[in-house]
Design a protein around this ligand. Structure first.
Ligand SMILES: C[S@@+](CC[C@H](N)C(=O)[O-])C[C@H]1O[C@@H](n2cnc3c(N)ncnc32)[C@H](O)[C@@H]1O
Ligand code: SF4
Length: 404
């Protein structure tokens, strides 16, 4: 007998079967390789990167050996895959000799298939500039240099605790453009006591070199830094907003596309390595504290290597460099994708979500509806693109994709 309650039709329960199971990839995302060099001449007071003052010489030879061992241990997780970009970051990779970088890149080429024309970037601090060394990096296969200039203003460089002065920054910039052509300058703004006119002068000084790429970072006070403990007098919000407006219009007039929150490039000179992060591609990170995100047919994993250089070297000797190794949960992956993709001014094709997460876009339906209703996301089903309002309130937009 049917119980009486069956007379009342139950509310339909919608189950998205695809979203409940694990991810399914038709093809794996593109793969990049990141190599971390964790030493600097001196620790800058604003920096929370995994970077450590090299007291004396950094153990260059032992560290390159460790990187090669690290790569070999990681090979089973990337079997058969080609790498389209290598990024040697830090820290200050330009502390290392050209011979060490040559040995590193030769070891990488011997173990993983690099795509022809792969982008190979190295981060350099102007305080470590030597013409011959930079030319040696180029001969070793580096074809893009990212130069940490921060500012051309002598007082601001001093306030930032930089090891180089403005003249050294100019010399390094000149040489980098001659030797590599493909060069990025890192600049920061909203510096202690900086005025709009000073920020504009800084940008003019950078534009005089006509670099193909510029990264323009808002100086942030990061926990565990000297600036966080003893905050310097920073410009107020209004001045900062005026600096941003001035910078955007100057760079736009100079022919640079603003393709990501902090990145500007001449057409075709966008950083392929960073674009891969923002498009939720895969990356293997080797070296102290390096992060990886790797996709397999049925899962996406994140890994972090031991952070302290000494501990990393010890763990490599034991064949165990990983400090964390976890599978990305279904509930988190939509947010992680959006956290990256929505930084891109032009957004991404909507189809990229399924390609890179292995789940249908319906996984984030609620967030999409709310973002569109609030005017933060374009109402175009073919793209996931923040509106100008969404770019301005990017944090709020990204938060809408957090799992309940
Ligand atoms: C790894 S460093 C680049 C290479 C080299 N270590 C150097 O500083 O010359 C990466 C960049 O992050 C930026 N950066 C670091 N700390 C920052 C902070 N607290 N706020 C904004 N940008 C920061 C700087 O522009 C820096 O050049
Ligand atoms: S900003 Fe660059 S040079 Fe300064 S401590 Fe950080 S990584 Fe090292």
């Amino acid at each position: 007998m049917i119980p009486a309650s069956a007379d009342v039709a139950p509310a339909p329960v919608r189950i998205d079967a695809a979203a409940l199971s694990g991810p399914r990839f038709a093809a794996l995302p593109p793969l990049a390789l990141y190599v971390h060099i964790p030493w600097c001449l001196r620790k800058c007071p604003y920096c929370d990167f995994n970077s450590h003052e090299a007291k004396g010489e950094a153990p260059e030879a032992a560290y390159v050996d460790a990187l090669v061992a690290d790569l070999e241990l990681a090979l089973p997780s990337i079997w058969g895959r080609r790498v389209f970009s290598v990024f040697i970051g830090g820290g200050t990779p330009s502390l290392f000799s050209a011979a060490a970088i040559d040995r590193l890149l030769a070891a990488i080429r011997a173990r993983v298939p690099l795509e022809p024309g792969a982008e190979v970037t190295l981060e350099a601090n102007p305080g470590t500039f030597e013409r011959e060394k930079f030319a040696g990096y180029r001969d070793a296969g580096v074809n893009r240099l990212s130069l940490g200039i921060q500012s051309f203003d002598p007082q601001h460089l001093k306030d930032l605790g930089r090891v180089h002065d403005a003249e050294e920054a100019r010399r390094a910039a000149d040489a980098a453009l001659v030797i590599f052509g493909n060069v990025n300058f890192d600049l920061m703004y909203a510096l202690p006591r900086q005025t709009v006119a000073e920020a504009e002068a800084d940008l003019d000084a950078a534009l005089a070199f006509s670099p193909p790429h510029l990264s323009f970072y808002h100086l942030t006070l990061e926990p565990n830094t000297l600036f966080h403990r003893y905050p310097p007098p920073l410009p107020d919000d209004e001045t900062t907003a005026d600096i941003e407006d001035a910078v955007h219009s100057k760079l736009d007039a100079a022919g640079y596309g603003h393709y990501e929150t902090s990145a500007y490039a001449r057409p075709g000179r966008e950083c392929r390595h960073n674009l891969n992060y923002w498009k939720f591609g895969d990356y293997l990170g080797i070296g102290a504290g390096a992060h990886s995100k790797l996709s397999f047919a049925d899962r996406v994993v994140r890994q972090v290597r031991h952070k302290q250089p000494k501990q990393y070297l010890e763990q490599i000797a034991l064949g165990a460099p990983l400090m964390e190794d976890s599978v990305v949960k279904r509930d988190d992956i939509g947010f992680e994708f959006m956290l990256n993709a929505l930084r891109l001014t032009e957004g991404v094709p909507a189809t990229l979500f399924a390609e890179r997460t292995g789940y249908p876009l319906s996984l984030v339906r609620r967030g999409l509806e709310e973002a569109e209703a609030r005017g933060l996301l374009e109402r175009d089903p073919s793209v996931l693109r923040p509106t100008p309002l969404g770019q301005r309130f990017l944090n709020d937009l990204q938060q809408l994709f957090l799992a309940d």
